[in-house]
Design a protein around this ligand. Structure first.
Ligand code: NAD
Length: 336
């Protein structure tokens, strides 16, 4: 059988690195392009070719996407955790950088007649007004409009998923669009302000000394769900191998409060430590900006994925955190 050729844009990042590794392990020829090296994977482990390229530049995008390649996975984005997206300070860069990348990529995929293209949107595109009740957020795919994401990152994702779908309609570009909900696991950003809540909690638990307490941003009653990386990759590949264009949620339906997530991290660390919430004026005085917690509630709704693709993620959050903790602990130790 002919070897499948794939290009992973943003493969120097967390999800792209894992996806590249999985596809290489499955026997595909994998080309990765990213503006930076992968911090945690050896390039030989994840791909055959690693091209360092700034995908905001159309010349580089033209270079990295070969004619008639079987699949392109577009994961490159200027993104981060709450500390990057919700402070407002990075809004212009987030929108400009990611929109440029997506405009270049969709255009080149169309010109080069790529077999199929995957675009990773985000749950951040869902309207804020459906996510005010922490016990009952609505993130059904059909609830996207009237649009009102709570961040510019979410607006750019909404624009770009529409862009890929428009190329599908007007130029027959075969696309798959998914909305990721908080993916976590080893080899992901774990410190520096761009890390997501699971990595932040596990890191804080790993760093905190006996009988001490770590900070949890906000009142901790905001809810989220988190999907373990292996299940995210499995979901992406199942959608790519299906006829369903999307947009469809890729996430977990196991919703927890952030305080519960902190409790899980403490229990996994097996240490005698606690946490305290930092919010409002106290946060503002300490950090100089408003506590960046995002919407009150968010959970994946997997009905559409299940019905169209006939599968859904299974791994409990706790088990994924258990698998992630040793890696985070190792990073904390190395940094010391
Ligand atoms: P990541 O930040 O680890 O990976 C993104 C990669 O894009 C990085 O390696 C970065 O260097 C690269 N990139 C940024 N600007 C670039 C440029 N100009 N040229 C080339 N490469 C560039 O993030 P991730 O968690 O792996 O996310 C992958 C995709 O999934 C992103 O599009 C993100 O928005 C989306 N997503 C992720 C999550 C999540 O929970 N991780 C949730 C929703 C959506």
């Amino acid at each position: 059988m002919k070897q499948k050729k794939v290009v992973i844009l943003g493969g120097g990042g967390f999800i792209g690195g894992h996806l590249a590794k999985r596809l290489k392990d499955e026997g595909c020829h994998v080309r990765v392009a990213d503006i930076k090296n992968h911090e945690f994977f050896d390039h030989q482990e994840i791909c055959h070719e690693f091209i360092k390229a700034d995908l905001r530049d159309p010349k580089f995008v033209e270079l990295v996407i070969p004619d008639k390649v079987d699949e392109v996975y577009q994961l490159a984005a200027d993104m981060g955790g709450a500390g990057y997206i919700f402070t407002g300070e990075n809004d212009a860069n987030v929108m400009h950088n990611s929109a440029l990348i997506n405009l270049n990529v969709v255009h080149q995929c169309s010109i080069k007649k790529v077999g199929r293209v995957f675009y990773s949107s985000s749950a951040c595109m869902y309207p804020e007004y459906n996510q005010n009740d922490p016990d009952n957020p609505n993130c059904e795919e059909s609830s996207a409009y009237p649009a009102n994401p709570d961040s510019e990152y979410g607006w750019e994702k909404l624009f770009s998923e529409r862009l890929f779908l428009a190329f599908n309609r007007n130029y027959n570009l075969d696309v798959r669009v998914a909305r990721f909900h908080n993916i976590f696991g080893p080899q992901g950003t774990w410190t520096g302000g761009k890390e997501k809540a699971p990595a932040a909690m596990l890191r804080k638990a790993a760093e905190t000394g006996s009988n001490a307490s770590f900070e949890v941003w906000g009142d901790g009653l905001q809810t989220r769900s988190f999907l373990y990386i292996d299940e995210c990759i499995e979901s992406v590949l199942r959608q790519m191998n299906s006829d369903f264009i999307g947009p469809v949620n890729i996430g977990s339906e196991e919703m927890v409060t952030i305080n519960k997530l902190a409790e899980m991290a403490i229990s996994i660390s097996n240490k005698n430590i606690s946490f305290h919430n930092i919010d409002g004026k106290e946060f503002q005085e300490k950090y100089g900006y408003e506590c960046p917690v995002g919407v009150r509630g968010r959970n994946s709704d997997n009905k559409l994925f299940k019905s169209k693709i006939g599968w859904e993620p299974q791994k409990p959050l706790f088990d994924g955190l258990v698998e992630t903790y040793p890696w985070i602990l190792e990073q904390v130790e190395k940094q010391k």
